[in-house]
Design a binder for this molecule. Structure first.
Ligand code: BTN
Length: 264
């Protein structure tokens, strides 16, 4: 058993998150594995599934997430948020706030959120979040919050197509970090952010997201489901959707997409 595997099992026990922590050396995707496990449990909320590597790590918008062993964090937290389906997107923002706050505290690096939940350091992505859901008619039955952090990965491990846009905590600082310590910080912050949502304190979460973001106020273009929208990122609404003000016309609401920051 590796040192990471030994430590992972007892990394964090919050009131909700970390009731059970399950470690695998390798899985196709921790999100898929978490759903598989969650569907067999009576109360899966708070279960954390961690892997040292993933063979089919999934990114947003159908991309893949490079997941070699020994260097990074790949984990999924299962939640059963009692929110209507249309409010589920806020969980992705909560996860971004948690991971960004933890990275900033543990490494001292200036991590920032690009809408909705890419975590950038010096404009390059160091952490990505993929939330997936099993839902009923208008409620969430089970949500998988999957987080991947490039911790000690070196530039050669990235494929050429993403090298210019991607980084790791080690590349940015020149230092190696302990994955278990960072994981503990992220889970503790996620517990805080989730509790804020459960107690109806959505405003606190949105204010934290706004404080940590690097998107709002900038000229951007968004590749959304319906095409490309360009304009000024004017803000986010209470559901976490991005509000874009094009040079002509009315504010548009974007609920999923990929942002490029054109000028900041
Ligand atoms: C993104 O494209 O930004 C999202 C990346 C999410 C990667 C994490 S790694 C743990 C979890 N399991 C997956 O297959 N994906 C997420």
């Amino acid at each position: 058993m590796t040192k990471f595997a030994e430590k992972a099992g007892s990394i964090f026990k919050g009131g909700i998150i970390g009731r059970e922590i399950i470690f695998f050396e390798s899985v196709p995707s921790t999100n898929d594995k978490a759903f598989e496990i969650g569907q067999q449990k009576e109360n899966p909320e708070g279960i954390v599934v961690i892997a040292d590597s993933q063979t089919c790590g999934k990114g947003r918008l159908g991309r893949r997430w490079i997941s070699p062993p020994g260097v990074n964090l790949y984990f999924t937290v299962l939640l059963k948020p009692p929110f209507p389906l249309k409010e589920s997107f806020i969980l992705a923002l909560a996860a971004a706030v948690a991971a960004t706050t933890a990275i900033r505290k543990y490494t001292g690096l200036d991590a920032r959120i690009k809408w909705p939940n890419d975590i950038l350091i010096n404009n390059r992505k160091s952490c990505g979040i993929l939330t997936e859901m099993k839902s009923g008619k208008d409620r969430i039955n089970l949500m998988a919050v999957g987080i991947g952090v490039n911790v000690n990965m070196l530039p050669d491990a990235f494929t050429d197509d993403i090298k210019p846009f991607t980084t790791s905590l080690k590349i940015e600082s020149g230092l190696s970090f302990e994955r278990d310590k960072l994981l503990r910080e992220i889970l503790a912050e996620l517990e805080k952010a989730y509790k804020n949502l459960l107690t109806g304190n959505k405003r606190a979460l949105i204010n934290d997201w706004l404080r940590l973001n690097c998107t709002i106020g900038n000229e951007i273009s968004v590749q959304s489901r319906t095409g490309i929208i360009s304009g000024i990122a004017a803000g986010i609404n209470d559901n976490g959707e991005l509000l874009v003000r094009p040079s002509s016309g009315e504010i548009e609401r974007v609920s999923a997409g990929d942002v490029t920051i054109l000028k900041n």
